[in-house]
Design a protein around this ligand. Structure first.
Ligand code: DX5
Ligand code: ZN
Length: 211
């Protein structure tokens, strides 16, 4: 099980320190939540900020765009050490174009589905994507409670990918902690934010989450 840690709940002035600490742990990825104030009401992780904190880690970034028009910023974020870039299906840009542009940089591409969206919305893109991010909270804020109703969606996706022999990763994001981890065995990558960053011992929790 891989773990991607989101620092969204960390105060801006502390982010560099938190990232430096995470760099010393076996965490697999740093999850970067980009918000444009349009797709979701908050703004976070504009390019210049992410670029500035990138120097505090050698970990690869798992960039989650909660953005209506990502096309105009892909070229910038692609300069960073990104493992994967994930977009929501209900954005204003043409998704095929977004997917192609991301792939042109050799970066994996993911699609995110919100708690109230069915897995049907990603079906037309399965031949083109590397990852599905199942949102287990409403996008926009850290520290929300995990919505257990998304678990059947994860199971359905796992079954489908197995049957169709598809090499697509499944990730889950929002309210993930040690309690609900045991119900998330069908996932390849867990995204966890405040559960990790609010603790005083990242390494121990990260170890437990990755097992
Ligand atoms: C929610 C974000 C999540 C969130 C994770 O919009 O996409 O990545 O910050 O943080 P926790 O684990 O605190 O829900
Ligand atoms: Zn996220």
């Amino acid at each position: 099980m891989k773990l991607s840690v989101s620092y969204l709940s960390v105060k801006k002035r502390d982010v560099a320190d938190v990232i430096s600490l995470l760099d010393l742990t076996p965490v697999d990825f740093i999850h970067v939540d980009v918000m444009d104030g349009k797709y979701v009401s908050n703004k976070a992780n504009q390019f210049s900020f992410v670029e500035s904190i990138g120097k505090f880690t050698r970990k690869r970034l798992d960039i989650h765009f909660m953005v209506s028009k990502p096309l105009k910023v892909i070229d910038d974020y692609a300069l960073l050490n990104a493992y994967c870039m994930t977009y929501h299906v209900d954005i204003l840009n043409d998704l095929n174009e977004v997917i192609e542009k991301t792939k042109s940089y050799g970066i994996k591409v993911g699609l995110a589905i919100n708690p109230d969206q069915d897995i049907d919305v990603i079906m037309p893109y399965l031949d083109k994507i590397d990852l599905v991010l199942v949102m287990s909270v409403k996008p926009g804020l850290p520290g929300q409670k995990f919505i257990p109703e998304v678990i059947p969606k994860i199971k359905k996706l796992r079954k489908l990918f197995k049957e169709e022999k598809r090499d697509i990763l499944i990730s889950v994001d929002g309210g993930v902690n040690l309690d609900n981890k045991k119900e998330l065995k069908d996932c390849d990558i867990l995204v966890s934010g405040s559960f990790i960053t609010s603790s005083s011992d990242y390494a121990t929790l990260i170890d437990k989450m990755r097992k």
